[in-house]
Design a protein around this ligand. Structure first.
Ligand code: NDP
Ligand code: PYC
Length: 334
């Protein structure tokens, strides 16, 4: 392993993305996201993703200098056309309009279209909870996951993230793939030559497998059987056809074997507690705190607590990444 300060990690990502030919705005937006992932102990969506950004560009599957276009679709809907760039810059462009519409109407949605997407969703959710809003986000990916009862990939790893703001505390956020695990984690096992736990996937002949490569060439499984499968289908629908964008199967077909990051849309829904509750907001938000206290009071942890702990450590000690990843990243600068 090699240790980097957060500044070193930031500069490494930024210099690679600039060197590859990304515009300053795209490089900065992507770097902020991968740095947040690495800092919070989410290695599957940290610096390792810079490799995929560069290979997607070399494969012609991302627009290096895309400038997102914000479209005021309806009183409660803002749309951002990412124009083939990464989702991060499109989210940045749509965020102020989404917040404004949510405060005006109590609930609003941001539909991002035509974006290349590789990131963890909590990075975006945190920006909404910081604005005092409740938020939900989801997106398809590439068709890598079999439906419960089937054996052929049809769904993406389709993450769902939810955030709830808490006065004076870190927000309550969960963010998970509807597959048993994110594909990025399987890829990290493959890179490290490690086997994966049972239940994550099956091989190309439909047999359970603990071989990362075999599962990547076969099919991943949903979490919670038919429940994860139904949620994955919901994500395909509301962040695919509903917003006029690609499903995971269509994204994979568009990829045409280049192994680039998925290309599709993302749906973000925000709700304003102040608008829902008016003068009663403080009283009801205090009841939410009782729920969180009840969970932690029995020794259970809240989702994201591991991340917040990792963040506190990284802010002091920096981050550690595998030497092989560091070497692969440095090679992109030559
Ligand atoms: P995990 O299974 O590692 O974690 C999912 C969530 O559960 C996290 O919020 C985590 O909090 C929480 N959690 C884990 N263990 C516990 C526990 N014991 N008690 C309470 N909460 C717990 O995540 P996934 O592998 O499913 O997904 C990882 C990331 O991959 C996500 O950020 C997701 O957005 C991203 N992803 C992105 C995709 C895309 O298309 N862009 C596709 C698929 C995934 P904590 O982090 O604190 O452990
Ligand atoms: O880890 O499953 C994943 C993933 C897909 C797209 C971005 N991350």
């Amino acid at each position: 392993m090699i240790r980097l300060t957060l500044d070193e990690a930031h500069n490494l990502s930024l210099s690679i993305l600039r060197h590859a030919g990304f515009s300053e705005a795209q490089a900065q937006a992507v770097t902020a996201t991968v740095l947040a992932g690495e800092r919070d102990g989410c290695a599957s969506h940290g610096l390792y993703r810079v490799l995929g950004c560069v290979s997607s560009l070399k494969a012609g599957k991302v627009v290096a200098d895309a400038e997102p276009e914000v479209i005021d679709q309806a009183p409660s809907i803002v749309r951002v056309d990412a124009r083939g760039g990464f989702s991060q810059l499109a989210f940045q462009a749509g965020l102020p309009v989404l917040a404004e519409k949510t405060r005006a109407n109590g609930i609003a949605a941001l539909a991002i279209n035509r974006c290349v997407h590789f990131s963890a969703l909590w990075v975006e959710i945190e920006q909404l909870t910081e604005a005092g809003l409740v938020a939900l986000a989801c997106n398809p990916s590439h068709a890598w996951v079999a439906p419960a009862g089937g054996s052929k990939p049809i769904f993406g790893t389709n993450p769902i993230a939810f955030g709830w703001p808490r006065a004076g505390k870190h927000p309550f956020i969960f963010d998970f793939a509807t597959s048993a695990i994110a594909r990025g984690d399987i890829e990290l096992h493959r890179r490290a030559g490690k086997s994966i736990p049972e239940g994550w996937g099956i091989d190309a002949s439909g047999q359970p497998s603990t071989d990362a490569e075999a599962v990547m060439n076969g099919a991943m499984l949903t979490f919670g059987g038919h429940k994860g499968s139904a949620l994955a289908a919901m994500v395909e629908l509301i962040a695919g056809p509903l917003i006029g964008d690609l499903t995971s199967a269509e994204s994979l077909a568009y990829d045409a074997g280049s192994k680039s990051s998925p290309y599709h849309g993302e749906l973000i829904i925000a709700l304003d507690p102040q608008r829902f509750l008016g003068a009663a907001a403080d009283q009801h938000l205090a009841r939410a705190e009782a729920l969180f206290d009840g969970i932690e009071g029995q020794g259970a942890r809240l989702p994201s607590q591991r991340r917040y702990d990792a963040r506190a450590r990284s802010l002091v000690d920096g981050v550690q990444i595998p030497q092989a990843l560091y070497d692969d990243l440095k090679a992109l600068l030559s």
